[in-house]
Design a protein around this ligand. Structure first.
Ligand SMILES: [Fe+2]
Length: 249
């Protein structure tokens, strides 16, 4: 099995590349449109064929590369069935393993950051999207976010996984790469130890985070599986410019 953790610095997003050595099939979890050339180069360098892109949720901070990768290399788009995206080729549901070559992912519905959010267990690793970050979690104040639901998703579902399962988050803003279920149970200041639901709701209600600057473009773009709007203000153009593009281009 081939595994790569790839970082996109504009939105601090982690994309995960999983490759099956026997079949040469690969899947990219949460690819970012600005990093499409890097991802294609990495897939090619490893001699893999990208069979699927797979989303944890409808992102508000970047645009997925799902649709552009489909056009460029013929990959299919898998996304939570809950979100009913007409552009997706495969609807992910809890309890139904998602298979690409010899790679099997177990999907877990983990609502709270968004209502349709999923995490994916792959052997001794879990890709937690924005439900569980390293010593943090995704915000719950947009996209049908719900602190009650997130508390249950993390404490009842993710924290039920074995302690030694490695936690690979959808983002990190502080150069951390990986954690574990045991570590998050002990160290997560929002959701760990004996933190109660009431305490968690109180924390989430008082984060005082700014309005997400890209959300009004990212969400509609991601509901189309990754379309960049043509009316982007200049200060947001970097969210759609491919990393290899020249400043003019
Ligand atoms: Fe998110």
């Amino acid at each position: 099995m081939i595994f790569r953790q790839l970082f996109e610095p504009i939105s601090s997003t982690y994309t995960y590349l999983l490759g099956c050595e026997e079949t040469g099939q690969a899947v990219l979890i949460d690819p970012v449109i600005v990093a499409i050339d890097r991802d294609v180069a990495e897939v090619n360098r490893l001699g893999l064929t990208l069979a699927y892109t797979l989303e944890t949720h409808i992102h508000a901070d970047h645009i997925t590369a799902g649709l552009e990768l489909k056009k460029k290399v013929g990959s299919k788009i898998a996304a939570p069935a809950y979100d009913r995206l007409p552009c997706s080729d495969f609807g992910i549901e809890e309890g139904k393993p998602f298979q690409v070559g010899g790679i099997t992912l177990q999907p877990f519905h983990t609502p709270g950051h968004t209502d349709g959010h999923f995490a994916y267990l792959f052997g001794d690793r879990v890709f937690t999207g924005d439900a569980l970050l390293i010593e943090g979690c995704g915000r719950t104040d947009f996209q049908n976010g719900d602190a009650d639901a997130l508390y249950k998703s993390v404490r009842e579902k993710l924290f039920s996984l074995p302690d030694d399962v490695l936690v690979y988050p959808g983002h990190d803003y502080d150069d951390r790469h990986v954690s574990s279920i045991a570590q998050e149970k002990k160290r997560n200041p929002r959701l760990g130890k004996e933190r109660t639901l009431e305490e968690f709701k109180n924390i989430m209600a008082n984060l005082k985070l700014p309005y997400p600057m890209f959300i009004d473009y990212a969400v509609p773009g991601n509901k189309q599986c990754g379309v960049c709007p043509c009316d982007l203000p200049e200060n947001l153009e970097k969210y759609c410019q491919h990393m290899s593009d020249s400043p003019q281009g």
